[in-house]
Structure formats: structure tokens, C-alpha cells
Design a protein around this ligand. Structure first.
Ligand code: ADP
Length: 261
């Protein structure tokens, strides 16, 4: 019998991610392009995953798009909200999770889900760069540190620096002044991670936290933010190396359901 394939694409503000499933709902491919909605990123991520799997668009049984740019993606058969897709992706990997903390490139969301993985409540910050990946991107540029290396520096810190400004622009000046007064870079990085985690933890407390808790989105890859979040919430966090793909995974699972339920 011919194998069936199901594709999920998550078109975010800064990155485009795809996940490919086979008919057993196993992940058989992924792709990520660091360019999001309104760019060629979504098409590149789509072509990349097909090429790696040696498939063509005609081999895919169903494609679901999610994320900020989902409406614009014409290759998809259907679209679903980011909240539902993150919930579905996380529930598939961690069935006991009830709170999802998703920090992306330009927003942060805290999503409460029930035992079946359905969204029951959420809060979102999409108004302010502080508490999002954008804050970390700006700070990494000032510090001339690759975004992937922030966690190494944060984990070497002896005493995290206090970043008191809640605005990204003011926090940028604060970091520059700490650097010029000789503060240790590792301490500054840990302070930056604590600042992001602290802001999103306050958001999480507003929605109400029910364990288990999981971090998703690109910022979850930063162990410095995960450590600080765990400290702020006083709870352990679930984390998958596929954290940035949770929305795409949920979309691919919805694609599977379209033809199998
Ligand atoms: P969106 O869906 O909004 O485009 P993502 O969930 O893909 O966003 O997350 C993008 C953010 O993830 C970037 O702003 C960046 O700060 C962060 N990020 C990506 N990779 C890493 C990494 N290896 N370590 C730390 N942060 C990362």
C-alpha cells in the first residue's frame, strides 16, 4: 500500500518551521528557515522538507498551516490557530502537561490545556518586545554573542546582574552601561535570561499554573531562560529539543486527523 504523508507548517514572525508525519504519526522530517511571514521563508521551509524526504507536493495527503502567516500560505489545505496547534503538539509529546509557556520571536503566550490537550484559557503578550525572543536577539547583538551560546554564558554566571528596565530600549542602555562599568558578561547574560523569564512568569501566574509545565517556541532552546523560568515558577519544566517545532507538529497532527478521524 502507498504510504501517506501529513505536513504541518508554522509560519511565525521570525521563523518558518515544517514537520512531516507518516501514516503512523511518526515524525519523519523537519525543516526550519530563519525567515517568517511575508518573506520567502515559508516556501523555502516547505521545499526543503519535501526535498529532504525525497517527496513532491503531490505525495502529501494533507497540509495544515498555522502561525502568524498561515492565511497567506496557499499550498496548505487548511489552517488552524497557533494556540490549538501548540496545545496539540505538546499534548502529543507530553500528555501530562497542563500549562504551555510559548516564547517566540515577537510574542509570548501562556496556554492552559485540559487532560485531552484542548485549550481552556490563555494570556498573551504581543505588545512589548520585553519577554520575547526579540529582547534576547537585541541583547545578543549588543554583547556580540551568538543566540545559541547565550545558555552557555548564563550557566557560567556567578551572580546574575539585575536588569531593572522593563522596556527593551532602556534595558539595552542598561546593559551597555553595565558592560562599560566592567560587569562580567556571564552575569549580564544570566540577568537578561532572568528578565525574560520573570516577565513571562508573571503572565503565567495571571492565567494560573497547573502542572506539568512545558516550554515551547524558539526561546525554550535557551537553557538559561528555562533555568530562570523554573526558578521563577518554583516548578520543574518539561522540555523537548523539538520545542520550536511544537506548533508545526500540532498542525501536522491536525492534518493527519483530517483524513483519519
Ligand atoms: P516565531 O514562531 O515567532 O517566528 P520561534 O518560536 O521560532 O518564533 O522563536 C524565534 C526566537 O527563538 C528567536 O527570536 C530567538 O531569540 C530564539 N531562538 C532560536 N534559536 C535559539 C537558540 N538556539 N537559543 C536561544 N534562542 C533561540
Amino acid at each position: 500500500m502507498k504510504e501517506s504523508y501529513f505536513l504541518g507548517i508554522d509560519i511565525g514572525s521570525t521563523t518558518s518551521k515544517c514537520i512531516l508525519l507518516n501514516s503512523q504519526r511518526e515524525i519523519i522530517g523537519s525543516s526550519l528557515v530563519s525567515a517568517g511571514t511575508g518573506t520567502t521563508g515559508p516556501q523555502k521551509a516547505y521545499e526543503d522538507i519535501l526535498e529532504k524526504a525525497n517527496l513532491t507536493a503531490g505525495d502529501i495527503s494533507f497540509t495544515v498551516a498555522t502561525g502568524y502567516g498561515r492565511i497567506m500560505f496557499t499550498e496548505a489545505n487548511d489552517e488552524m490557530s497557533e494556540l490549538s496547534c501548540h496545545a496539540k503538539g505538546v499534548h502529543h509529546i507530553f500528555p501530562d502537561v497542563h500549562t504551555i509557556i510559548d516564547i517566540g520571536g515577537q510574542d509570548a503566550k501562556v496556554i492552559s490545556i485540559n487532560d485531552a490537550g484542548k485549550v481552556i484559557n490563555f494570556v498573551m503578550n504581543d505588545k512589548c518586545a520585553a519577554g520575547t525572543g526579540r529582547f534576547l536577539d537585541v541583547m545578543a547583538t549588543i554583547l556580540q554573542i551568538n543566540i545559541n551560546d547565550l545558555e552557555i554564558h548564563a550557566r557560567e554566571a556567578v551572580r546574575p546582574a539585575k536588569i531593572s528596565s522593563t522596556c527593551t530600549v532602556f534595558a539595552e542602555s542598561e546593559v551597555i552601561s553595565q558592560l562599560s562599568s566592567g560587569e562580567n558578561v556571564n552575569n549580564i547574560v544570566a540577568g537578561i535570561c532572568e528578565s525574560v523569564a520573570g516577565r513571562v512568569a508573571s503572565l503565567a501566574k495571571r492565567v494560573g499554573i497547573k502542572e506539568e509545565i512545558c516550554m515551547s517556541g524558539g526561546v525554550a532552546k535557551n537553557g538559561g531562560v528555562r533555568d530562570a523560568m523554573s526558578k521563577s515558577l518554583g516548578a520543574k519544566l518539561q522540555y523537548s529539543p523539538k520545542a520550536q517545532y511544537m506548533g508545526a507538529l500540532g498542525a501536522a497532527l491536525f492534518a493527519y486527523d483530517k483524513l483519519n478521524i
